[in-house]
Design a protein around this ligand. Structure first.
Ligand SMILES: Nc1ncnc2c1ncn2[C@@H]1O[C@H](COP(=O)(O)OP(=O)(O)O)[C@@H](O)[C@H]1O
Ligand SMILES: [Mg+2]
Length: 250
């Protein structure tokens, strides 16, 4: 079964081609990683798959729903953790999740219990009534993951989820993500430029640069195709050795 089906996807911002004719599929229950340098087009692809941005060309099916005319079905069936933090700092952890549960029309009678369950899973139930403003970056990420899973989606999208987190928090997050993948069969799509995360977590990888997929497959297949011994060397062989500037807003 295919959870995500992307064909000939293109996104232009005026004349600039940010995503250039890419195609890939993600199996249901798989963990798929987009590995690419800054500006590669990773966030733009995630935004199109999650119905935040409209493609210039190509097709996207999420759980067999067409993003072009079944937007609300797509939205209901997915959870999203964006690259930038999106919690309301002036609300408590509980209030942030409550707002989301109302938005997704989770029945009133199960809301409280569901929110407590999710907070428990990410280890923050004891902080539920504290303002998000007082949380560390890692704690905020965990709340975002709890929120992303609150409406029981079958696919979870994570855009650079571990950027700026310490080693312990990163390990916690990935263990948790692996667990929900294994125990609940939730399909995972994530982006990163961290090789280790990709090697340890992903079942399939696409290396993306300048809006194009340069290679895709398992880590082993990519290394074989590029005649390299490590994923890092495969990545450098494909994307070159030039330094990428991090743009000010990302
Ligand atoms: N709204 C936008 N308008 C114009 N250019 C954009 C916009 N969003 C992204 N871009 C450009 O598209 C390219 C891909 O961006 P992005 O998808 O954010 O890359 P990544 O997430 O891989 O770092 C970059 O060159 C970026 O500057
Ligand atoms: Mg990005």
């Amino acid at each position: 079964m295919i959870a995500i089906d992307v064909k000939n996807l293109t996104k232009k911002f005026d004349q600039f081609v940010a995503v250039d004719d890419i195609s890939f599929q993600v199996e249901k229950g798989g963990i798929f990683a987009f590995l690419g340098p800054n500006g590669a087009g990773k966030s733009t692809v995630i935004k199109m798959m999650t119905t935040i941005l409209y493609p210039t060309d190509g097709s996207i099916f999420i759980n067999n729903y067409n993003i072009h005319n079944e937007k609300s079905e797509v939205r209901k069936s997915i959870g999203v953790i964006f690259q930038d933090h999106t919690l309301d700092d002036e609300l408590t952890a509980y209030e942030n999740l409550y707002y989301h549960s109302a938005l997704y029309k989770i029945p009133e009678r199960i809301r409280r219990e569901k929110i407590d369950d999710m907070l428990h899973y990410v280890g923050l139930l004891d902080r539920k009534n504290d303002l998000v403003r007082t949380f560390s970056g890692g704690m905020k990420r965990r709340i975002e993951i709890a929120r992303g899973l609150l409406h029981s989606p079958t696919i979870l999208f994570l855009d650079e989820p571990t950027l700026g987190l310490d080693v312990q928090t990163r390990a916690f997050l990935w263990n948790y993500i692996k667990k929900i993948n294994e125990e609940q069969g939730i399909t995972i799509f994530f982006t990163t430029h961290n090789m280790e995360e990709v090697e340890n977590i992903a079942t399939k990888i696409a290396i993306i640069d300048k809006g194009r997929i340069l290679s895709q497959g398992t880590s082993k297949e990519i290394k074989k195709a590029t005649k390299t011994k490590t994923l890092e060397n495969a990545f450098l062989t494909l994307t070159g050795y030039g330094i990428r500037e991090q743009s000010a807003d990302k």
